[in-house]
Design a protein around this ligand. Structure first.
Ligand code: ZN
Ligand code: ZN
Length: 176
């Protein structure tokens, strides 16, 4: 599947956020620090509890979109997520290549993250179909993914889960 690099990276950011491990109470902060290349230089990444709550809400909404299994459900959930976005496209070549960003460069961290994630996810859904988002079929995983394969045949979040499931299926066959 061929879609623009920034859009595809933005949807990966959305998927990363939805799959973030929430066991650590500081998980939102850890996520932001691990993805700091997404924020305009100088953006304050230290969040208040309220801000962290907003990011958690965005993460849940992204997950809800990926879990929806009909077009009307995907649309409803996507629109709930887009309600939180404040897109303000601007052109930049900060990495050496001309591309568009979705959020204002001077927006706060929560607004930059939410807008980028919501717009990235929406781009993929409207351009490539709502079936492109799914949840991993591996037992006990539950991670969501975006399917970028040519024939939209993906079933697992990662190669690790795919091979784990292949091995498990093989063993199950051996037993019977
Ligand atoms: Zn950029
Ligand atoms: Zn998985």
């Amino acid at each position: 599947m061929d879609y623009d690099t920034y859009g595809s990276n933005a949807v990966e950011l959305a998927i990363d956020l939805a799959n973030a491990d929430r066991d650590d109470p500081q998980w939102v902060q850890l996520f932001l620090d691990a993805h700091d290349e997404w924020f305009t230089e100088g953006t304050a990444l230290e969040l208040t509890t309220t801000d962290a709550g907003s990011v958690a809400r965005t993460a849940t909404l992204v997950r809800d979109v990926a879990l929806a299994d009909s077009e009307p459900d995907v649309m409803a959930r996507l629109n709930a997520l887009l309600q939180l976005a404040s897109p303000k496209p601007y052109a930049t070549d900060h990495d050496g290549e001309l591309h568009l960003h979705y959020a204002r460069p001077d927006a706060d961290a929560v607004e930059q993250l939410t807008t980028t994630v919501a717009m990235g996810l929406s781009q993929v859904v409207v351009q490539h179909g709502w079936q492109r988002l799914g949840v991993c079929s591996a037992e006990g995983c539950g991670h969501v993914y975006v399917d970028t394969s040519r024939n939209a045949s993906r079933r697992y979040c990662s190669n690790t889960c795919a091979s784990r499931s292949t091995v498990a299926a093989y063993r199950a066959r051996q037993r019977t």
